[in-house]
Design a binder for this molecule. Structure first.
Ligand code: CA
Length: 536
């Protein structure tokens, strides 16, 4: 065997070089203990990370070579779908198999790194604020979606530092297109809190369409008094255009569900046009393109009505979103920016099964609004031709909050990371840019409002105190109940039981107590850095 011959001759050569005569037999190396928790704590205000010095050095060299070659920092483009399930894209097992082909997402997945354990928060506002601050919702106060009629008691942004604010300082043009959902009052709008430009909607689709669709909401829409009262809540439903400094205009009024049906194509046109304009400038750009679809209520656009094999509005919407992703990538390519752009495709939470049958798909237990895998595990596709090796799949842990730190690193602005607050994100640049790279994240924590519900480490997930149960087969928000876990935390092995329905508990795992202790350590970070309450 050539391989063992090489090994043997290598050992003999080593023995000769060392002048040793005792190396006749290869010595079995002692197995180095791999700690269960491999992280190192650098300081008390940052999520501990797994040190990977070799991987780090390689990624830095790659990034330095990119900057030397192109003379610029990379563009950053996030494509954030609303409420798309882990199982929706074809590359995650859905696609044509469930009646809505997603060739564009699948092409990006095949041409880049497909992450199978990417985690979001369990609902919209928490996820969207977490990726822009690198901080858990319980720290920023944005613990649940802001809904029509909510009266929050403090502007969380007064004391938060957003990613676009830091990227502006690093010389980027920053743009949010599409859904915001982190407040619409003056001082809370995207162009008030860092983005140089905003073109989109302040709230989720349903917050808009429930005042427009008399078929679905007859007791609101067909009663003038009720509709007027709803209008008095002051929710802006139009497609807005805003600029840093405060100037804000209605770009397109929303008068009917038809306007909403066409909204994502309007947003696409805007992003595609801006890519050409921003590419002509010297500065790199950061674009968060946040789809309105496939959040309920879905109304198919004229172009995409019946475009899916399934023929339901959600499925048509998914085909549309996928097509738009293709258009945005094509626009980057046409502008000569594709190989200078880090693209990340994801969803802000799991599918909203309450809206079944017009809803997404996850093979996991639970749905949006829960910390079961179905609520928090989302697609995560990292794509960057020439910088991210194509055809890779990794089940290493990635939290969407890591996009905060990672984007700062790509921008060469890691030094601007806030030091006066706890940052939950981890810089995962080296994981993404290294062929066969490994995660720097050991823990993913799952919060629901102000309760720490669960934690994942390796393939294990512990539910410490309470779990959410569905009220009927698909109702994971309405009628859902909270159940105490009983005398022992529920511990699942996600490799053996990805559906989290049969605990391995203390019977089949040695790590129950360790997992509990790790979770308590996370809780302890709130002593020095207490949670913020904004009245949600
Ligand atoms: Ca969402």
């Amino acid at each position: 065997m050539p391989v063992s011959r090489t090994l043997t001759s290598g050992l003999v050569l080593a023995a000769m070089l060392l002048g040793s005569t005792a190396l006749a037999q290869p010595v079995k190396p002692a197995k180095a203990a791999q700690p269960f928790d491999r992280t190192v704590t650098l300081n008390d205000h940052q999520q501990p990370a797994i040190p990977r010095p070799r991987q780090e050095a390689g990624a830095q060299a790659k990034l330095d070579a990119f900057v030397a070659r192109t003379g610029q920092r990379p563009n950053i483009v996030w494509l954030v779908v609303d409420d798309m399930g882990w199982g929706d894209p074809g590359s995650y097992g859905g696609g044509a198999a469930i009646g809505a082909a997603t060739p564009n997402m699948d092409r990006l997945a095949a041409g880049g790194l497909r992450l199978t354990s990417t985690y979001a928060q369990q609902t919209c506002t928490p996820s969207r604020s977490a990726i822009l601050t690198g901080r858990l919702p319980v720290r920023t106060g944005l613990t649940r979606p802001i809904l029509a009629g909510d009266r929050i008691t403090a502007n969380p942004w007064d004391t938060e530092v957003s990613l676009p604010t830091l990227l502006n300082k690093a010389g980027y043009n920053t743009l949010l297109v599409g859904k915001w959902h982190i407040g619409e009052k003056e001082g809370m709008r995207p162009h008030d809190v860092g983005f140089k430009e905003f073109y989109g909607f302040y709230s989720a689709q349903k917050e808009i369409t429930q005042g427009l669709d008399g078929t679905r909401y007859p007791d609101l829409v067909n009663r003038p008094g009720s509709l007027a009262a709803y209008g008095d809540l002051g929710n802006e439903i139009d497609l807005m255009h805003g600029w840093a400094g405060g100037r804000t205009e209605v770009a397109v009024p929303t008068r009917s569900t038809k306007d909403m049906a066409e909204a994502d194509l309007r947003l696409r046109d805007f992003t595609v046009a801006r890519i050409a304009q921003l590419a002509a400038k010297d500065e790199p750009f950061f674009i968060e393109h946040a789809f309105m679809k496939v959040h309920t209520d879905n109304y198919a656009s004229a172009k995409f009505t019946g475009a899916s094999a399934a023929g339901w509005p959600y499925k048509d919407a998914l085909v549309e979103v996928d097509s738009i992703i293709g258009d945005i990538v094509a626009a980057l390519d046409a502008a000569g920016e594709l190989d200078k752009t880090f693209i990340f495709v994801t969803s802000d939470n799991g599918p909203q099964m309450d809206m079944w049958p017009d809803s997404g798909f996850s093979p996991f237990r639970g749905a949006k609004g829960t910390t079961w895998e179905g609520g928090v595990r989302v697609p995560g596709i990292a794509y960057w031709p020439g910088m991210i090796e194509p055809g890779q799949v990794s089940d290493d842990l990635f939290d969407l909050m890591d996009l905060f730190n990672t984007s700062l690193r790509l921008a060469g602005a890691t030094g601007s990371l806030p030091q006066d607050r706890y940052i939950d994100g981890i810089d995962q640049t080296s994981f993404l840019l290294t062929k066969g790279g490994e995660t720097l994240r050991e823990h993913v924590y799952f919060w629901m409002n102000t309760t720490l519900m669960a934690m994942r480490m390796h393939e294990l997930k512990i539910h410490q105190h309470v779990v959410v149960n569905n009220g009927s087969p698909f109702l994971w928000i309405d009628m859902a109940t909270v159940q105490d876990v009983g005398t022992a935390p529920w511990l699942f092995n996600l490799y053996l039981n990805p559906k989290e329905d049969y605990t391995v508990g203390h019977r089949m795992s040695a790590w129950l107590a360790t997992m509990g202790a790790e979770m308590r350590q996370h809780g302890a970070t709130f002593v020095k850095y207490p949670p913020k309450n904004i009245g949600l």
